[in-house]
Design a protein around this ligand. Structure first.
Ligand code: SF4
Ligand code: SF4
Length: 150
């Protein structure tokens, strides 16, 4: 089957940057925002800003394909893109979903890295131990309010 992914990604990237112009950056205009959106300000009761979990991009490896930008959901929309340099940038690190690494998997150029995943697992285990009902209640609430998408 003939299937080319890149023209489609290019199209999606263009649409994303048109819809969210503040995600289109250039070398003199990159404002990284460490404050998460209100809805992501807590992770199971912990301050999101205290958790170091977000993608890091190795500029030397980034080919500017844009796959990470469009892989991240519009709700999280963590990445910006510099069309002149043809590089993705991490603009809203703390809007990244703790434990997600979809963009890292999508990046076939191996330009995206995260801190050790075991840190997230340890935190999750801690939450389960200290507040076993918290996760259950949160999931019940999200199902009720149809907020299970990332
Ligand atoms: S970080 Fe990877 S997926 Fe994102 S634009 Fe660069 S090469 Fe593409
Ligand atoms: S890990 Fe998931 S939420 Fe975080 S930036 Fe990547 S795709 Fe977006």
């Amino acid at each position: 089957m003939e299937y080319k992914i890149y023209p489609k990604v290019k199209e999606e990237l263009k649409k994303r940057l048109e819809k969210y112009p503040d995600h289109k950056v250039n070398s003199i205009n990159v404002n990284v925002t460490y404050d998460p959106n209100n809805e992501f300000s807590k992770w199971h009761g912990m301050k999101r800003k205290d958790i170091i979990w977000y993608p890091k991009i190795d500029e030397n490896k980034c080919t500017g394909c844009g796959l990470c930008v469009v892989t991240c959901s519009e709700k999280r929309n963590v990445f910006g893109y510099d069309p002149e340099k043809r590089k993705a940038v991490v603009l809203f690190p703390n809007n990244c979903m703790v434990g997600c690494n979809n963009c890292q998997i999508a990046c076939i150029w191996n330009a995206i890295s995260f801190l050790d995943f075991s840190m997230v697992k340890n935190m999750s285990e801690g939450v389960l131990k200290t507040s076993p009902d918290l996760i259950k209640n949160e999931i019940t609430w999200k199902i009720k309010n149809q907020e299970l998408s990332i």
